[in-house]
Design a protein around this ligand. Sequence first.
Ligand SMILES: Nc1ncnc2c1ncn2[C@@H]1O[C@H](COP(=O)(O)OP(=O)(O)OP(=O)(O)O)[C@@H](O)[C@H]1O
Ligand SMILES: [Mg+2]
Length: 267
Amino acid sequence: MGQVFVITSGKGGVGKTTVTANLGAVFSGLGKKTCLIDADIGLKNLDVVLGLENRILYTIIDVISEKVGSLEALVRHKTSRNLYLLPASQIATKEMMNPEDMEKVVAQLRPNFDIILIDSPAGIESGFRNAVVAADAAIVVTNPEYTAVSDADRVTGLLEKSKISEENIFLIVNRFRPNVAEKRGMLSIEDVTKTLAIPLIGIVPDSEAVVIGSNRGLPIAFEGNNELNKIFTNIARRMLGHKIPLQEDYKLSKPTFWRLFKTLFRS
Ligand SMILES: Nc1ncnc2c1ncn2[C@@H]1O[C@H](COP(=O)(O)OP(=O)(O)OP(=O)(O)O)[C@@H](O)[C@H]1O
Ligand SMILES: [Mg+2]
């Protein structure tokens, strides 16, 4: 039976879809049969980030209306054959779906996958409730900024009241800029974790390569042997319960600094 994670945030634009796509890339690369569900009905862009927008025949709304079965609606990734997407519909609205619908869809998919990641829409209304209802665990994505952290805090409070147990709510800080944080121009990782008080499972740097990957429809984590692939792999392994020190991500966020540090240390 697959494990189901919802990727959520409160504030829009902090990187939920980016994180979902990149985690999909690494989980499938680790040999896990992975399904990504786009729960951002009406806006949808997980398909675009994955370069699959032209392959969509059916959406989650077709599954809910029983036009097709959930497996039939899946789009298989072009190169990563372990990775599947259940697309959202652009013409539908969030109100065309309710929490029971999501529970049914996830129950059908769960036996067929090792990992299911649900990309939540921004906000805390019906779309959020639909995205969260069938998940075993939640990942709250934030940027190291007051407004994002404040919204993440609100979402964490709501998650703690949901069926998801408290020890299954995790945090990812996305778009971290070590140099700016050091100059106190941005919240530090410690500031963020103190406010939110949920376990941190990843620090993703602010990186042009992430944007370029999304725009090409090929998330950066698909390309092996780069810092971002390693960071997302660390996050995926932590999600599977492995203990990997967070210092690893921090080092990878700041390779130049660490290379210099190691050189100085050695000499
Ligand atoms: N680590 C990163 N470094 C640089 N840019 C990033 C990073 N993560 C995300 N972005 C950029 O930030 C923008 C918003 O990202 P994304 O669409 O993933 O956010 P979202 O939380 O899913 O937004 P929404 O709430 O609208 O669904 C995109 O242009 C994306 O390329
Ligand atoms: Mg999104």
